[in-house]
Design a protein around this ligand. Structure first.
Ligand code: NCD
Length: 309
């Protein structure tokens, strides 16, 4: 086994190159065989889940992945039931989990919380989403889904729609997909939710052919991939700002009438109202397939990080 992943922290998708992602995706292909089965390659290993923010898919798929690999899972998903509610610091909580487990998976509302945890913990730390910035394993799943639906990510035209300002899944996807030689990247959002400056600066520095637009209808026929995201209501510093953009975009079957036959629609989920249910029945809808890759991809990642140790 290569040493690329062994013992490694997973903090940002930016820290992984194409070769490493390819290795992960090949391993994920293997893990698909155990989607409903079990292999005991991580027997005796313990994964600690430290979820300071709500989650369904990410937490449960990490948990399922570890159980299918023969390992065990400890942790919390509600701060209310832990000593943090008594005033314990993040650093002390991480120190303790570090001594109990072989890998820590953390989700937190504060940017940089995962990096901070990784500096404290000796065991590898996996970022399951911190604040508005990074959600590396989601981006890995997103790229893997595209790879399963197209021969290559290179050469595709990709649109990212929605809350590009506060969305960590959107931001991580933009970073991830920009590792490939896209034909074009469209950043589609209402003006209030445009991608942050550091994201744009990075695209410029990388020479990505990108365009910011508000007009999804005008460019829908060009897209091979449309990545839709939810407006991150809980991250708005001012609720009146949220009211201004609420419901400002929605994918419907009629909007897709000019789309390419091959267009795939992705969404990290949960969706609120940004994709009409009728779209689920179209050939374009791939978001549930995407969610299903959460388990095999996280199995592959845990295996690569822990099995060599
Ligand atoms: C995302 C998140 O938590 O950032 N959810 C997920 O992990 N699939 C997206 C979101 O909450 O909108």
């Amino acid at each position: 086994m290569k040493e690329m992943f062994a013992g490694r922290d997973v903090i940002r998708i930016l820290d992984f190159d194409r070769e490493e992602l390819e290795e992960l995706f090949n391993e994920t292909d293997e893990m698909l065989r155990y989607k409903k089965g079990k292999i005991d390659i991580l027997k005796g290993k313990v994964m600690a889940l430290a979820f300071f923010e709500p989650s369904t898919r990410t937490r449960l798929s990490f948990q399922t992945a570890m159980l299918r690999l023969g390992g065990s899972v400890i942790g919390f998903s509600e701060v209310r039931t832990t000593s943090i509610a008594k005033g314990e610091t993040l650093a002390d909580t991480i120190r303790m989990l570090d001594s109990y487990s072989d890998v820590i998976v953390i989700r937190h509302s504060v940017e940089g919380a995962a990096r901070f945890a990784a500096e404290i913990a000796e065991v590898p730390v996996i970022n399951a989403g911190d604040g508005t910035r990074h959600h590396p394993t989601q981006a890995m799943i997103d790229l893997y889904t595209i790879r399963r639906n197209f021969e290559s990510i290179d050469g595709l035209t990709v649109g990212v729609l929605g809350d590009l300002k506060y969305g960590r899944a959107a931001t991580s996807f933009i970073y991830g997909v920009s590792k490939y030689r896209l034909k074009k990247l469209f950043l589609i959002s209402p003006p209030l939710l445009k991608a942050r400056r550091e994201v744009i600066e990075r695209l410029k520095a990388q020479g990505v052919n990108y365009e910011e637009t508000e007009d999804l209808e005008g460019i829908i026929s060009e897209l091979d991939v449309l990545y839709v995201t939810r407006i991150q209501k809980e991250r708005f510093p001012d609720p009146t700002e949220y009211e201004k953009v609420k419901g400002s975009y929605r994918i419907t079957a009629s909007l897709l009438k000019d789309a390419k036959k091959e267009l795939i629609i992705l969404h990290p989920l949960p969706r609120v109202d940004e994709i009409a249910n009728e779209v689920d029945r179209t050939r374009h809808a791939k978001y549930f397939e995407q969610a299903s890759y959460g388990v095999p991809l996280r199995m592959a990642l845990l295996k690569l990080i822990l099995a060599g140790e």
